[in-house]
Design a protein around this ligand. Structure first.
Ligand code: FE2
Ligand code: FE2
Length: 166
């Protein structure tokens, strides 16, 4: 097992953590577990490079969206997810995670909520989350553009080419 797996294995064994896979991401295309895993892997790598605590970073990133409230329960009027950072931080504490982990989770929505990250690990989680969801957003936007152009040129799926035939 690589070190990332060592640091996160126990969390990924827990059914209550895996349950995230059945929740739609509040971001774009991926489910919440896939989004959390991508964020955790990226955060872990960055932590290794800048010599932050890679274990704390990986675990915080993996649990940063670990909450099960519905979208409308934690949104403000701009549609931003304002409360779930605090909810996920409390949940991680409940799982027995140390203060460094829950602190890094609590500030991951900085920009929408007050309270900038205070530790290197928290900054990395914040950055990795934003890179991950932005990448997904760009990917689904490009997919939308591609399908729109294709529809414009060829008509709806299944009718390819037929729009040119009388
Ligand atoms: Fe989040
Ligand atoms: Fe996230």
């Amino acid at each position: 097992m690589g070190r990332f797996e060592n640091y996160t294995y126990d969390l990924l064994q827990r059914p209550e953590v895996r349950r995230l896979g059945r929740r739609k991401s509040h971001h774009f295309t991926e489910d919440r577990l896939a989004h959390s895993m991508a964020t955790a892997k990226l955060a872990y790598r960055v932590a290794r490079v800048v010599r932050a605590d890679a274990r704390v970073t990986a675990r915080a990133a993996l649990l940063h969206d670990w909450f099960f409230e519905n979208r409308d329960e934690h949104q403000n009027r701009f549609g931003a997810n304002v409360r779930h950072g605090a909810i996920a931080a409390a949940n991680a504490r409940g799982l027995g995670e140390p203060p460094a982990v829950s602190a890094a989770i609590a500030t991951h929505m900085w920009g929408y909520v007050k309270g900038a990250p205070k530790t290197r690990e928290a900054w990395i989680v914040w950055m990795a989350d934003n890179i991950t969801w932005l990448t997904d957003a760009i990917k689904s936007f490009l997919k939308f553009v591609r399908t729109s152009i294709r529809r414009f040129l060829y008509g709806p799926p299944g009718s390819r080419g037929r729009s040119y035939v009388a």
